[in-house]
Design a protein around this ligand. Structure first.
Ligand code: FBP
Length: 541
């Protein structure tokens, strides 16, 4: 197969790693942990994995005995779960290298097509030849991914059977909040059954919503945001040149607005809608439309009939009345039930019937396997264009607006999910894989691999593990209360949002505040190639 020059060059890139992971290591255990909320309920559901200590991987001092216990050859299985995120291949290559370094006879099996590979016994053995082809590449195509949920006892038992056949004693699940929740359920069950199979999770998702005090960012967020920001910057150059279009750009991120916020900070568009703010202010759809129309009119009064608006994919679910409607629809459509509008409450039905037909239809389409509405299929940017256009016509009739409103709409999501990982993601992911190998060697289960201090040079990053139960709370899913990892929404008190809010008015009306980040750079000065996201930098200031 013919490869691009960059593909060939990236194969030779040696990811940077924390110093502690390069030497013989020791695991330092912290104090016992608690779940973030609903402690009694989570403890009762996870009697074996609740309360474990946070662990940190340290370079072993001469006087210490090594506490990474397992030195024998290990057979390990790895699963990619959920949406693609740049860097997944590096988690796998880091894991492979870590296992092989500990014992060259260790084997890594990749379950293919996502979590269903474990249940169906579909796998490939990952050899050096295979791994080498995928180092520092984007995508999940090395073994494929899927959204099957691992949550039923028969699936877990099937997993034990498959692992026994292959001599597998540890599974690494690379996934988002839902997949890591399932990893924890699996770890608990395997301990209860004394199956001898450890389960370790790795924090993946471009959405950036798997983060907390212990997880600074999920992998893939950095690269995806840089790709989208390059595109937004290019559009802003075009808008500045042609001066004739308003561009409405919807950005992926199923629920939280971290991607929109990060891209807003990287490119400084005229407007960035943040769903969490909409919810906090209890805004209606009409109020959002009014805000946009006012900015369009204000720019028009200065002769600027162009601009950019960033719209987070998850917006619709953060408008309180829409959220109530979607919740009712989720419950009504749970378990593949037929949709009947009569099942909605009076207020939700009224709202549902007032929506443009295309949007109403998009709201009732198939749920994902976790019961969530597939927001990536809802074209909010078009809905907003339609409603803003209508509002501007009213304003024109009332003599409050006299500009032109020609529009373009865009949706950036898939463009970034499989991009060649930035140096940050390549390094971070490789380190996560190495960390997972260390946790397995130390006999840990029910942990998520962590790499922290990410705004420092990679050599100073710290690695370790955090008990997954620590990140959990109880939430309503598919009409039932379930233990899940708490999703991190944009913190309205946090520095990244505060920075955006402080500059909002200036960016709305200006012609010279756009930033044009350009494409991701892989080779060159560190300040061009190795910078983490603006979000991380502001959070660590
Ligand atoms: P994960 O949470 O599984 O990482 O997926 C994130 C995401 O890219 C969302 O931003 C998006 O809404 C969704 O996946 C789309 O998924 P799909 O391509 O399966 O429809």
């Amino acid at each position: 197969m013919k490869e691009s020059a960059l593909q060939i060059a990236r194969r030779g890139y040696a990811p940077k790693m924390p110093l502690a992971l390069r030497s013989e290591t020791c695991l330092k255990e912290g104090t016992k942990t608690q779940s973030v909320a609903d402690q009694d309920a989570i403890k009762a559901l996870f009697p074996n994995t609740y309360g474990l200590p946070v662990v940190e991987i340290k370079a072993r001092q001469d006087t210490e005995t090594c506490c990474v216990k397992k030195t024998e050859a290990l057979n390990v299985g790895v699963i990619l779960s959920g949406g693609q995120a740049p860097g997944g291949h590096n988690v796998i290559s880091g894991l492979y290298d870590g296992l092989k370094r500990a014992n060259k006879d260790s084997k890594l099996y990749g379950f293919t097509g996502g979590p269903s590979g474990l249940i169906d016994g579909k796998y490939i053995e990952l050899t050096t030849e295979i791994i080498d082809q995928y180092r520092n590449t984007g995508g999940f195509d090395i073994i494929g991914s899927g959204r099957t949920k691992l949550e039923e006892t028969w699936q877990f038992d099937k997993g034990i059977e498959v692992c026994k056949q292959l001599g597998i004693t540890a599974i690494v699940i690379i996934g988002g909040d839902d997949s890591n929740t399932n990893a924890c359920v699996l770890a608990e069950y395997y301990l209860q059954k004394q199956s001898g199979i450890q389960v370790i999770g790795c924090p993946k998702t471009i959405d950036g919503d798997l983060k907390n005090n212990m997880i600074e960012t999920s992998f893939g967020f950095d690269t995806a945001c840089k790709v989208y920001s390059e595109l937004i910057g290019n559009i802003q150059r075009d808008a500045n040149s042609a001066k004739k279009y308003w561009h409405f750009i919807r950005l992926m991120g199923r629920s939280a607005s971290h991607i929109a916020l990060e891209c807003g900070l990287q490119t400084q568009p005229n407007m960035t809608i943040i769903s969490e703010e909409v919810e906090a202010k209890q805004m209606t759809l009409s109020e959002i439309v009014e805000d946009i129309a006012q900015v369009v009119a204000a720019r028009a009064s200065k002769g600027l009939n162009f601009g950019t608006v960033l719209v987070p994919e998850g917006l619709i679910e953060f408008i309180p009345a829409m959220r109530a409607l979607i919740q009712e629809l989720n419950d009504l459509l749970a378990d593949g039930k037929e949709f009947d509008v009569k099942g909605l409450s009076a207020s939700s039905r009224q709202l549902y019937e007032s929506l443009p037909a295309a949007i109403a239809k998009q709201l009732t389409m198939d749920r994902d396997p976790h019961g969530n509405v597939q927001v990536s299929l809802i074209e909010t940017e078009k809905l907003l264009i339609e409603m803003v256009s209508k509002r501007l016509s009213e304003m024109k009739a009332a003599g409050q607006y006299s500009g032109k409103f020609a529009t373009q709409h865009h949706f950036f999501g898939y463009e970034g999910r499989c991009a060649v990982p930035s140096n940050f993601d390549a390094d971070y992911c490789y380190s996560l894989g190495q960390t997972a190998a260390k946790l397995i060697q130390a006999g840990k289960t029910g942990y998520m691999a962590t790499v922290r201090d990410l705004t420092k040079p990679a050599s100073e990053w710290t690695a370790g593990g955090v008990p997954i139960t620590m990140m959990m709370n109880m939430e309503r899913r598919n009409g039932k209360m379930k233990p899940v990892i708490q999703k991190a929404l944009v913190d309205l008190q946090g520095k990244p949002y505060q920075y955006l809010a402080a500059h909002r008015e200036e960016w709305a009306l200006s012609t010279d505040t756009y930033i044009f980040p350009g494409p991701i750079q892989y080779y060159g000065p560190s300040e061009v190639c190795d910078q983490p996201t603006v979000t991380l930098r502001l959070e660590h200031e």
